[in-house]
Design a protein. Structure first.
Length: 111
């Protein structure tokens, strides 16, 4: 199969928007987020097909398109802040300097 036929197989955005999975994602995450993910992943698929030499590789890329779109949506919508545990017992605020350590705790830490 020649590369031009691979490029013709890339699904149109309208066709992707009509699939059951994508309509659920739109309902859950919003149309703008889903549209951006679709555009980015179809562009990534085009780049992959440009460098792809084997038909099996191209077929894998086509088959994984929806999964990659979903992963991108999850990456875009997941919170970037991670929870941490402050085990020092001192309330920490960013940009307010360093938290003091009592001499007794400093001694225990150094042991």
């Amino acid at each position: 199969m020649d590369k031009n036929s691979w490029f013709r197989r890339i699904p149109k955005v309208d066709v992707l928007l009509e699939t059951k999975e994508v309509t659920e994602w739109i309902r859950d995450d919003g149309r703008p987020v889903v549209m951006e993910a679709i555009r980015e992943e179809t562009a990534a698929l085009r780049k992959k097909l440009e460098t792809c030499e084997k038909e099996e590789e191209a077929e894998k890329a086509f088959q994984s398109l929806l999964a990659k779109i979903r992963k991108r949506i999850l990456d875009m919508t997941s919170p970037q802040v991670k929870q941490v545990i402050n085990g020092t017992g001192v309330i920490l605020h960013t940009n307010l300097g360093r938290a003091p350590i009592a001499p007794e705790q400093a001694r225990r830490i150094s042991e």
